[in-house]
Design a protein around this ligand. Structure first.
Ligand code: COA
Length: 284
């Protein structure tokens, strides 16, 4: 079905492997288009509760956008390319089902951006992160300037983007770019372990946690219809009273908290706790 992706659905976890190892899994037009399709599959297939994105072969997660497609592009074509990839990455961020990056080898340029669009990241000891676009006279175009700044802070993000240098796993962990470092052959096992825990939680609560966390940074906003992002996460008096509830994280959190009470799963979760048994969640 896909020509550049391998997919495997086991225990409600879809593993998506970007499969162009001879080109270090660089994101050409076909990979980008197929990533868009697989994100739709994750959204729509009820058998999928969460997903992993990883790269084929021992050398790379994704070594960036495919540079061979860059020569001769006009300003408008460059902007269209950024919109196409950027919108797909926003849909990854906006997914109500967790999508986690399992980073093996190089995660450079669009590869680092893809990993950062995921809800969180694990890597193995071979990983190398970086935004080397500046070496090509370019800048990150799939949300990297925003997500790297949000993840590691402005000073560190600027240093990394302006020098284009690579970050090893120990530094990535210290920066908060990844949550765990594993041995090379334990990366997918560890990632699946974490997702198996999340898959047992109430899906509507999982969805609202992702939704509200995204609102803290404006991530996923463009695809959830909140194009008028209110840049006031602390909701000062005026902003809090006038802000659209769907775009202010603090206000949306209150609403979503209440919405959880209207779910069967929340009632089941509280009842199971009081009855000292494991809850059985149905996503209702
Ligand atoms: N786009 C297109 N092709 C790429 C690529 C990219 N982003 N990254 C790697 N490749 C290709 C190489 O051209 C090479 O193809 P070839 O065998 O047909 O010549 C193949 O993948 C292997 O890469 P190679 O450079 O030989 O491997 P290496 O181990 O010597 O170096 C990197 C690895 C990651 C340091 C190096 O490939 C690199 O710098 N890639 C570009 C990273 C980048 O700038 N990304 C941001 C793009 S906006």
């Amino acid at each position: 079905m896909y020509t550049t992706l391998l997919t495997d659905l086991t225990d409600h976890i879809l593993t998506v492997t970007i499969n162009r190892p001879d080109k270090l899994n660089a994101l050409n037009k076909t990979v980008i288009a197929e990533l868009g399709e697989v994100v739709s599959e994750i959204y729509e297939n009820k058998e999928i509760k969460s997903a992993i994105i990883t790269g084929a072969g021992p050398k790379a997660f994704v070594a960036g956008a495919d540079i061979s497609e860059f020569l001769g592009l006009s300003k408008e074509q460059g902007q269209a390319l950024a919109k196409k990839g950027g919108d797909i990455f926003l849909r990854i961020a906006a997914s109500s089902k967790p999508i986690v990056a399992a980073v093996n080898g190089f995660a450079l340029g669009g590869g680092c951006e893809l990993a950062m669009a995921c809800h969180f990241r694990l890597c193995n000891t071979t990983a190398r992160f970086g935004q080397p676009e500046v070496n090509l006279g370019l800048i990150p175009g799939y949300g990297g300037t925003q997500r790297l700044t949000q993840l590691v802070g402005r000073g560190k993000a600027l240093e990394l983007m302006l020098t284009g240098r690579m970050v090893d796993p120990a530094e990535a962990l210290q920066l908060g770019l990844v949550n765990y470092i594993t041995e090379p052959d334990e990366l997918l096992t560890k990632t699946r372990e974490i997702l198996s825990i999340i898959n047992q939680k109430a899906p509507i609560a999982v969805h609202h946690i992702i939704e509200c966390a995204n609102l803290a940074t404006g991530d996923g906003a463009a695809v959830s219809g909140d194009t008028e992002w209110e840049a006031d996460p602390f909701g000062g008096d005026d902003a809090a009273s006038t802000a659209d509830k769907s775009s202010n994280g603090f206000l949306r959190e209150r609403e979503a908290f209440g919405e959880c009470f209207a779910t069967e799963d929340m009632q089941e979760g509280a009842r199971a706790f009081l009855e000292k048994r494991k809850p059985v969640f149905k996503g209702k």
